[in-house]
Design a protein around this ligand. Sequence first.
Ligand code: RAM
Length: 513
Amino acid sequence: MLSKTQQEQFLAKAQKLAPQLKYRTVDADAVITPVKDKSVWQDYRMKKGDLAGFLKDNDFANGSSFIVSMPETVVGQAAFSVDFCKGYADSPSRIQITIGELPQEVVNADMPYNGTLNGSWLQKEIINIDDLPCDVILPRRYSGKYIRFDMLNVPGSLKFSNIRFITCGAEDFMPPPPEHLPELLKKIDQASIRTLRNCMQLSFEDGPKRDRRLWLGDLRLQAMVNKVTYRRFDIVARCLYLFAGTLLDDGEVCGCVMERPAPRRGCHTHDYAMLFPIVLKEHCSWSGDLAIGEELFDLACHQMKLMERFFTDGLFTGVNDPWTSWFFVDHDLELDRQAAMQGHAVAAYRALAELAAMLGKHEQQTKFAAKADTLAAVAREKLYDPVSGVVVSGKERQISYASQIWMIISGVLTPEEGRKALLAVENTPAALRPSSPYMFHYLLEAWDICGDEKHLLELLTDYYGSMINNGADTFWEVYRPDEPFFSPYNDVRMNSACHAWSGTAAYFLRKGN
Ligand code: RAM
């Protein structure tokens, strides 16, 4: 168990690794007329018009409003210049400004919010300006493609100009798409990289609009894309130190870390804790930095020690309860998590064994390899039906993609068995499908391990391509192609449209074999 002092030392290391943020100015490039159109994703088409002409020809009195768009989804502070037009400013100007990643957030800016997460995540400001003319830089950092202005109470009417974003992030450029890719895959590659770039702030955030924090599950996927693009291993190391410095009381790595005002621990998310050894091992082998592996090895081992309480005779018997004992796995409360968690554990022990080998800890290597073998054998005996070739989970012997996927990722199934299992669930309409892009990533990773390039590319093109066709230039936290208004938070405006765990397409397109 790491002492408080050791944790503080890790936080000090994280502090030293804080990246220098880069800033640039991106001007708004169009005025938007939202057109209701049921044939369009979430019912609104955003018709673009000439912004310069619009701002020159129009002034805005009480009750008027307008929307502008940015050339791409950006992260930073929205800013603009404003002046009075008629008469003189004898009183303050009260303006409401709403920033949205997707049309619904700005078109329905004032619709009552009844979602489950705090409505203050919705990006809205009411400001009062005393002195005109004036250049305004809004106080928070936002993520968006649209800015809506509502004149709540203004003296006479106002003129606007210079509407822009002062963007920020650890990187300010985008690696161009690989030449050989067809057009749609190029777009997918770029949206995936833009997603990573926008989330890459002082740490890898899950979403720059929401939750703006470091989640271990998201970090693993970001580290994969980072490996084939920006290669900012310093930020990955920083994130690992942040986790190591904010442990829960029993020494478990928490699911997420909030960085400001000072690093704070978030919740228990046990599947994410099991990813810690995996992320650490991958980071060491991709960055070549074995020192951090040595430093955090015991902590990684401790995670699996803590997880032992969820296993009986080598089989996962923990119960998922989001309030007390949370095994996230996917945004799906119906999902029986037994097989997926068994897979997480096998994969984590394998990662520990490999990390031990890299660090020359041969005894530990043997010990963890044996642990992985035992759990894998139990999995094959209790959860794998060799006749149907499918993995089942829980008392009800539920069949889901998640169960097959994690048995493949962990190597419990051979690539050939894995391929058969995935094909079998494709033909099982009752099988629970991936609900979030997070699980969808793991489906792609599973097809990759099974060596089925064709399936992988088809699925990738279909899923991310349809998001692109629905207007995405960064990938969305929540995406059910047949349910445009689905939100795990009961209000689609709360969904994040630039989300770490949805951005791994570039990894598959660039990793080579
Ligand atoms: C949601 C976020 C985040 C994820 C957690 C478990 O709140 O989308 O990215 O990791 O769930």
